[in-house]
Design a protein around this ligand. Structure first.
Ligand code: DI6
Ligand code: FE
Length: 412
């Protein structure tokens, strides 16, 4: 038996590995008729079946019989903790009101804020749980979850504690993000700078000390916060060693992506209104462009993000649900891949890289997750599928045969 194999805790044999590892090849970077072994939660072996000596290996072996193995899906941008619902906004939009008009007239994020503030921690947890379970059932092994519907110190911390409890009680990695700068709360209308001060001087330090968040995000938009305010938040977040993310160029071009690049943010998200200069800035900084086709579809937007430019400049594109009640009420990463292909022309390979390799980078985990590579964390999915393009082309037709997290087969 080979040395590396004898050290493995478990083996998957006769698999078709969709590695997504650029060192292995372009596109899916497939390896046909391979074995994958894990040890101590990491991928320890990737080897061709041919010539593999398994004699004497007495630990568990899963014969995949040609099944596909992909990296676990990573949903790198969600707002899945919230109270209430926004069906009323949906009806108003069907009658012709825009998202911005609804937001300016007291609906939108502020109405979800009211419902979230009125909910107990337990209530928020119980509402969020099935949303998270839907993502897990589809194959997500990591989910990012933002605060942003509390909009004061007490309720933002409350939301982040719910995120922490979701992490403790589910077999999934969770990355938590402080998005207190999601909207200006009613108490600070006309005083948005004072609200930004509160976030910088009180929330960010407390969140950091209590280890309640991995990153800070800001909605940089005409109806929310300016690029200058976003910069102050970035400076404070950086002081506390938190990752940086930004909602950028969703409804208008405010220079937010360029700011994200200047500060080495993990990702700039949305980007429908981004111009070439912004694309160049992202490329130079290595910041990921996180695209959210669910919001584009649900808000009936017409301007696509500059996908051709992202390709030309080799800016990594991540894809995510943006799961939230107002602009993307969809708990399906498969649907998101499908929308990205059909609405924006992503290839199936790009869609899959968007929810694995590039999504990992968008959360600061690019060197540890997102591809099937020896030395990376062993988070992966086994699929009874013939063609990896079935992943973006079909929605709700298949669940993973196995979901492996940290080298262990898990069930939600
Ligand atoms: N952009 C979005 O698409 C979500 N947040 C944001 O900043 C929408 C959140 C909501 O409408 O509740
Ligand atoms: Fe969002």
């Amino acid at each position: 038996m080979d040395q590396e194999i004898s050290n493995c805790d478990r083996l998957w044999t006769n698999a078709r590995l969709v590695t997504l590892d650029p060192a292995t090849g372009a596109g899916y970077a497939m390896l046909e008729h391979y074995a994958l072994g894990v040890s101590d939660g990491l991928i320890a072996v990737i080897a061709p079946m041919e010539g593999l000596d398994l004699s004497g290996f007495d630990k568990e072996v899963t014969d995949c019989r040609g099944a596909l193995i992909t990296p676990g899906f990573i949903d790198c941008h969600t707002h899945l903790v919230y109270g209430g619902n926004r069906a009323g906004d949906f009806v108003k939009r069907l009658q012709g009101m825009s998202y911005e008009q609804i937001s300016r007239t007291g609906g939108g994020i502020r109405s979800t804020m009211q419902a979230t503030r009125a909910s107990s921690e337990e209530e928020l947890f119980l509402k969020a749980r099935p949303r998270l379970l839907s993502l897990i059932a589809e194959g997500c092994t990591m989910v990012e979850i933002k605060s942003g519907y509390g909009l004061n110190v007490y309720d933002e911390l409350k939301m982040l504690r719910v995120v922490q409890r979701l992490r403790e009680e589910h077999p999934v990695r969770i990355s938590a993000t402080l998005l207190a700068a999601h909207a200006v709360p009613p108490e600070y209308l006309g005083k948005s700078d004072a609200y930004v001060d509160l976030i910088c001087t009180e929330l960010i330090p407390r969140v950091s000390i209590q280890k309640l968040a991995d990153a800070v995000d800001v909605f940089c938009e005409k109806i929310a916060f300016t690029a200058m305010q976003a910069e102050r938040l970035f400076l404070a977040a950086r002081d506390y060693g938190l990752g940086l993310k930004i909602h950028a160029e969703q409804l208008s071009d405010t220079g937010a992506a360029a700011l994200a690049a200047a500060y080495g943010a993990w990702s700039a998200d949305h980007l429908e209104q981004l111009e070439e200069e912004g694309v160049r800035a992202l490329q130079q900084a290595g910041t990921v462009a996180t695209l959210l086709p669910g919001a584009y579809y649900f808000l009936k937007e017409t301007r696509m993000p500059p996908v051709a430019l992202f390709r030309e400049y080799r800016v990594p594109m991540a894809l995510s649900t943006d799961l939230n009640p107002g602009s993307s009420p969809f708990a399906s990463i498969r649907l998101i891949m499908n929308l990205a292909c059909l609405l924006w022309g992503l290839t199936p390979e790009e869609a899959l890289a968007g929810v694995t390799r590039n999504a990992a980078r968008a959360l600061g985990w690019g060197d540890r997750l997102g591809t099937l590579t020896v030395g990376k964390e062993a988070d992966f999915l086994v699929w009874d599928l013939e063609d990896p393009a079935q992943l973006p082309s079909e929605v709700g037709l298949s669940a993973p045969l196995q979901r492996v997290l940290k080298g262990v087969v898990t069930r939600a």
